[in-house]
Design a binder for this molecule. Structure first.
Ligand SMILES: Nc1nc2c(ncn2[C@@H]2O[C@H](COP(=O)(O)OP(=O)(O)O)[C@@H](O)[C@H]2O)c(=O)[nH]1
Ligand SMILES: [Mg+2]
Length: 208
């Protein structure tokens, strides 16, 4: 047996090679407030071992990162999460989880370059953080969907209608629920975004 073969078969199952038919790579950004589940989402849907840079919060973050409701979280993402998911044989999404804290906004403008669409993750206990993300996306003209990551500890159980109102989301922006820890749920969020992009493109085409 050649060494190349045995090396290939020794690849960990998490490193799914990119299919030959993959043609279209779409860049998708996952944004949202601190601790809302961006890293969790990218990790649960990604076929490659996701890259991410978690660092124990530095002194700089103390008093700046609002720990309200997420006291158990001791790390914060200072750079990006990166993952990849193939929705079908042709369509590959490259996922970038972007830090939501205001002091990282200087990264966003660069990050949004070439971005086809975005997912805004929302934690209803800390809605303020979502405002910033939505604001930036609207400013950039980047299409997005909003996904409410339901936390077990959140007993308020606001309805999607209430959340839509609180975020002043236009009717055309899809709003769904998800559990960032569950792969099928995260994948559903991404499929919703791709559908949204597709319908927007169709509408644009028929308008021109
Ligand atoms: N109960 C619950 N916990 C979650 C969910 N999503 C993420 N978490 C936890 O919330 C914490 C923050 O998530 P993380 O992905 O690091 O947030 P990020 O700052 O947006 O990247 C982690 O401890 C996750 O395990 C969820 O849907 N339900
Ligand atoms: Mg993170």
């Amino acid at each position: 047996m050649g060494s190349a073969t045995s090396e290939a078969s020794a690849l960990p199952a998490t490193r799914t090679p990119l299919g030959d038919a993959a043609e279209t790579g779409l860049k998708i950004v996952v944004v949202g407030g601190f601790g809302v589940g961006k890293t969790t989402l990218v990790r649960s849907v990604s076929e490659i071992r996701p890259l991410n840079t978690e660092e124990v919060m530095t002194q700089a973050g103390i008093g700046v990162d609002d720990l309200g409701g997420v006291a158990a979280k001791t790390t914060t993402t200072v750079a990006f999460d990166f993952g990849r998911i193939s929705l079908n044989e042709r369509l590959v999404l490259y996922l970038f989880g972007a830090p939501g804290q205001e002091r990282f906004w200087f990264l966003w403008d660069r990050l949004f370059t070439g971005t086809l669409g975005a997912v805004v993750l929302v934690d209803t206990r800390r809605m303020d953080d979502s405002w910033y993300a939505i604001d930036r996306l609207e400013h950039h003209g980047t299409p997005f969907v909003v996904a409410v990551n339901r936390f077990d500890e959140d007993t308020a159980a606001h309805s999607l209608d209430e959340i839509r109102q609180a975020l002043a989301l236009p009717e055309g922006v899809p709003l769904i629920e998800c559990d960032a820890r569950v792969r099928t749920s995260g994948k559903h969020v991404l499929v919703t975004l791709v559908d949204h992009l597709y319908h927007m493109a169709l509408a644009q085409e028929s308008a021109s």
